[in-house]
Design a protein. Structure first.
Length: 289
C-alpha cells in the first residue's frame, strides 16, 4: 500500500519521473540562492523579480505560443531589464530600491497578464502564472538541468566574496573589488533560477522553492553550509511530497509543492532548534558553575 502510494507513481509513469527530476534540479540550484537572498535581506526582491519575468515570457508566448526557448529568452531579457531599470531609478532619484522594484514588478505583472490574455485563453494564462510541472517534456527538463548546473558552477566561483559581502560588505570593499561583480553575478543567478522555476511552477510560485526552504533552514542551523544543505533537502522533500499529493488528489502540482513546503516551514517555526517557538518557551537548562 505504501509502495503504491509513495513509489508507484514514479515507477509507472514517465511524466512523474521527469517532474521529480525537475524538482530535484530546482532544489539543488534554487535553495542555495534562496539562502543568500535571505541573508542579504533580499527575499522580497526575489519575489518582485519573479513577477518581472512575466511580460518577457508573455511576449515569447505571443510570438511563438507555448515555445520553451522563446518564453525562456523573453523571461531572461525582461528579468534583467527590470533589475537594471530599478537600479538606475533608485540611484538616479534617491528612491529606495525596494520601492522601485515594487513599481516595476506591478507594472510587469499587469503587462504580462494583458499580453497573454490578448492571444491566449484562461488555460494559457493559468499555465503561465502557475506552471504545470507534470506536463514537462525532455527538452524543458534539459534546460532546467542545464540552468541548475550553470548556477552551481557560478555560485562556486563567487561563493567566498558573496559570503563576505552578505556578512560584512564594508570589510569586503576594503580588501577586494570582487563585491560588485559578485553581486551582479548573484542577481543574474536569481533571474536564471526564477526562469527555471517558471518552467515548472509559473511566475507566481517560482520563488517558492527558493525562499521557503531558506526560511526552513534558518530555524535549524546558524552555520551557512548546514543551512544550504538543509534548504536543499527541504526543497527536494517538498517537491517529492507535493508531486505525490498532486497525484493522489486533485490539488494542482505547483500549489501542492508550495503547500508542503509551507507546512514544513510551520513545523520549523514551532519546533526548530534555532529560534523555534517551542524551544523559546522551554529552553534547555544551562550549565551551572
Amino acid at each position: 500500500m505504501l509502495y503504491d502510494a509513495l513509489i508507484g507513481p514514479f515507477t509507472e509513469f514517465e511524466f512523474m519521473r521527469r517532474a521529480l527530476a525537475a524538482v530535484i534540479a530546482l532544489a539543488l540550484a534554487g535553495a542555495p540562492i534562496g539562502v543568500f537572498l535571505m541573508l542579504r535581506r533580499m527575499s522580497l526582491v526575489g519575489d518582485a523579480m519573479a513577477h518581472a519575468i512575466l511580460p518577457g515570457a508573455a511576449v515569447g508566448f505571443l510570438l511563438s505560443g507555448l515555445n520553451l526557448f522563446a518564453m525562456t529568452a523573453g523571461g531572461l531579457i525582461a528579468g534583467f531589464a527590470v533589475a537594471i531599470l530599478a537600479g538606475v531609478v533608485a540611484r538616479s532619484t534617491g528612491l529606495k530600491e525596494d520601492a522601485s522594484l515594487a513599481t516595476f514588478y506591478l507594472a510587469s505583472l499587469a503587462l504580462g497578464v494583458t499580453i497573454v490574455s490578448i492571444k491566449g485563453t484562461n488555460i494559457d494564462l493559468l499555465h503561465v502564472l502557475f506552471g504545470n510541472i507534470l506536463a514537462m517534456d525532455d527538452q524543458t527538463l534539459l534546460v532546467v538541468a542545464f540552468n541548475a548546473t550553470v548556477t552551481l558552477l557560478v555560485l562556486a566561483v563567487i561563493y567566498r566574496p558573496l559570503v563576505i559581502e552578505s556578512v560584512d560588505p564594508l570589510f569586503l570593499r576594503t580588501v577586494s573589488r570582487a563585491g560588485g561583480p559578485a553581486h551582479l553575478a548573484f542577481l543574474a543567478l536569481v533571474v536564471v533560477n526564477l526562469v527555471n522555476g517558471f518552467q515548472a511552477l509559473g511566475t507566481l510560485l517560482a520563488v517558492g522553492l527558493m525562499i521557503l526552504p531558506a526560511g526552513i533552514a534558518r530555524f535549524w542551523s546558524r552555520d551557512l553550509t548546514a543551512m544550504i544543505c538543509i534548504a536543499v533537502v527541504a526543497a527536494a522533500i517538498s517537491g517529492y511530497a507535493g508531486l505525490v499529493l498532486s497525484f493522489q488528489t486533485r490539488v494542482p502540482s505547483g500549489p501542492a509543492i508550495i503547500l508542503v513546503a509551507t507546512m514544513i516551514y510551520i513545523v520549523s517555526v514551532l519546533f526548530g532548534s534555532v529560534g523555534g517557538l517551542v524551544r523559546q518557551m522551554f529552553p534547555g537548562r544551562h550549565l551551572e558553575a
